[in-house]
Design a protein around this ligand. Structure first.
Ligand SMILES: *Cc1c(COP(=O)(O)O)cnc(C)c1O
Length: 411
């Protein structure tokens, strides 16, 4: 296999990896299927497995590890915070959630209010509830959109296969084709509480809407007094080369949801609300025990500081373009196109062999994600170096050839 030494310790099926996988299968629920190779530690954009094999990380724990693994700023912030004030509950005030909320509103550039959650799905749930508090019930989301797995978030997620086993879901939600402003205009009325949309549909396969789509959504929702919720759980916090993807398009939503990259690996989500939307929750209307936990918020502050101090937004744009150009420059027959923004990229294949590409890349020492049958997602840490990006590009022809060969053998 390309790029591996082929020694026994390089094989994910080797003893230490196999043992941890077997224990996982016995003790954990099967909802993820059996995960891939067991990882034991990491540093920067490198992970190591139970047998000492190294992998360059082009997935970032699914667009989470903005600063990679074990970044000194996050390690320091979390260590100092847990040693000082770990958890207080929302019955008390702590400095860290206040400071992080102020920072996020500052980055958004508008006055507003913040609710902290522990995940993206919870951020969506909170947005759903804000919608209900407008007194309207109807909601509009997009086909193929992903907003999380809890029941309210799932109702907004436009992926019928994920919804089906759990029907009925809270209603009344209309799903319109993503990127089609006319369809959106036709669906949104003065009865519509909210429209929720991603700047880029990450889980659907890094699908980028036509230019002007978010701006059209803003104009449509403003006309009907409908909340515009932009789900930036995947695109936010620098992933696209801006703090928020909607900002780059000059769009000011009523609500922005965040999670993934915000906590630098700690569970942390946030709902940013502006204008009247910021006033919808009153005392007692919503809550979460862990939301705004000082340790998670300290990590969030370290992430924001580091992105800012190290000028990572510019790096994201530059490295993202370098990856895109590098992959296209290979002119490999399996590569159809590259899509995405910044360091949220999809390699669109000409055949449905993304799972085989994922596997071949892993054997070659690179972690990538088959997000759709014909799309390989790259969402590396924002700190990924040009050398690491170039190494993936250099390995890709061999990886793609091996994937094609594996697909032929399986057929
Ligand atoms: C991952 C994701 C979510 C859900 O976040 P969880 O933390 O997994 O609950 C919601 N919206 C988008 C756009 C996402 O990518």
């Amino acid at each position: 296999m390309t790029g591996t030494s082929g020694t026994a310790s390089d094989e994910p099926s080797g003893t230490a990896n196999a043992e941890l996988t077997r224990r996982w299968q016995d003790a954990l629920m099967d909802n993820y299927g059996t995960p891939r190779v067991p990882l034991t530690h990491g540093e920067g954009a490198t992970f190591w497995d139970a047998q000492g094999k190294a992998y360059t990380d082009f997935l970032g724990g699914i667009a989470v590890n903005a600063l990679g693994t074990a970044h000194p700023a996050v390690v320091r912030a979390v260590s100092e915070q847990i040693a000082t004030l770990g958890h207080v509950s929302n019955l008390f005030v702590a400095e860290q959630p206040v400071a992080l909320a102020e920072r996020l509103l500052g980055l958004a550039g508008r006055p507003g209010r913040v609710l902290f959650t522990n995940s993206g799905a919870e951020a969506t749930e909170a947005a759903f509830k804000l919608g209900r508090l407008t007194g309207r019930r109807h909601m509009v989301a997009t086909q193929g959109g992903f907003h999380g797995r809890t029941m309210g978030a799932l109702a907004l997620t436009g992926q019928p296969a994920k919804q089906e086993p759990f029907l009925p879901l809270p209603g009344d939600v209309t799903h319109v084709p993503f990127g089609d402003a006319d369809a959106l205009r036709a669906a949104v009325t003065e009865e519509t509480a909210l429209v929720i949309v991603e700047p880029v549909q990450g889980e659907k396969g890094v699908v980028v809407p036509p230019e002007g789509y978010l701006a059209a959504a803003r104009e449509i929702t403003r006309a009907t007094g409908t909340l515009l919720v932009v789900d930036e759980v995947q695109t936010g916090i620098g992933r696209t080369g801006d703090w928020f993807a909607c900002q780059a398009q000059g769009v000011e939503p009523d609500v922005i949801t965040l999670a993934k990259g915000l906590g630098g690996g700690l569970p942390l989500g946030a709902v940013l609300a502006f204008g009247e939307a910021a006033q919808l929750f009153g005392a007692g209307s919503h809550g979460t025990t862990f939301g705004g936990n000082p340790v998670a918020c300290a990590a969030g502050l370290a992430v924001l500081d580091t992105i800012q101090d190290e000028g990572l937004l510019a790096d994201v744009k530059r490295t993202g373009a370098r990856l895109r150009d590098g992959v296209l420059g290979l002119q490999h027959p399996l590569v159809g196109q590259m899509r995405g923004v910044g360091l949220l990229l999809g390699i669109v294949l000409t055949e449905s062999v993304a799972p085989q590409v994922q596997q071949a890349a892993q054997e070659a020492g690179f972690l990538v994600n088959a997000v759709a049958p014909d799309v390989v997602r790259l969402a590396p840490p924002l700190i990924i170096s040009e050398e690491e990006a170039d190494a993936l590009v250099a390995a890709l022809p061999g990886v793609l050839d091996a994937a094609a060969e594996a697909a032929r053998t399986e057929a």
